[in-house]
Write a protein that binds this ligand. Sequence first.
Ligand code: GSH
Length: 204
Amino acid sequence: MRLYRIRYSTNVERVALALAHKRLAVESIWVEAADRSEVVRVSGQELVPVLEVGDTVVCDSLAILSWLEQHWPEPPLYPPDRARRAELELFLDWFDRVWKRPPNELEAELQRPRLDQARIAALTGQLARALDRFEQLLDGRDYLFGDGFSAADCAAFPFLKYAAMRESDDDELFHRILHQRQPLGDGHPRLEAWIRRVDERPRV
Ligand SMILES: N[C@@H](CCC(=O)N[C@@H](CS)C(=O)NCC(=O)O)C(=O)O
């Protein structure tokens, strides 16, 4: 099993957490952000993560989490009953399609030659307010979808962790946005504890 990855990739970290949870051994193929030729050769597209298992190649972090669950169900990352699983999948969908929009749009906005300060302030407000929702999801439980670690934690942690931490040589604009514009303050003690809890988990 091979995982194609670039340093500090949020979407790769989702998979790294899932593989370690399932205690799967993997060979890491580190690629440079500036040279994706190996990723393109294996998968026909440029983005990481890519998981290669024998003749099977799976792209996209959430598709990889789902594929891993199908092939290595234990220990699980999704709830066993169908209704709860559908709820978790709604969360994953919301996270990628709705939650990610403000930081993605901020990244684009901050690179424009003339900054639209009103739009930047509006997007920053949306990103900051989303922290309240995670705080509520953690009310009375240790993980986003219950008492056990799940695909929801794998998916959200690599992005939300920036509210509490950033490595000094990780200077990507997207990561700086997540670090500077997600103020934990005193109002998100459960979220802060969850970030520390998930950060202690193993990754491949
Ligand atoms: N939907 C994809 C997105 C993958 C993605 O955007 N990966 C980033 C790294 S986190 C990437 O390869 N970006 C291209 C680049 O940095 O040039 C997933 O969830 O895996």
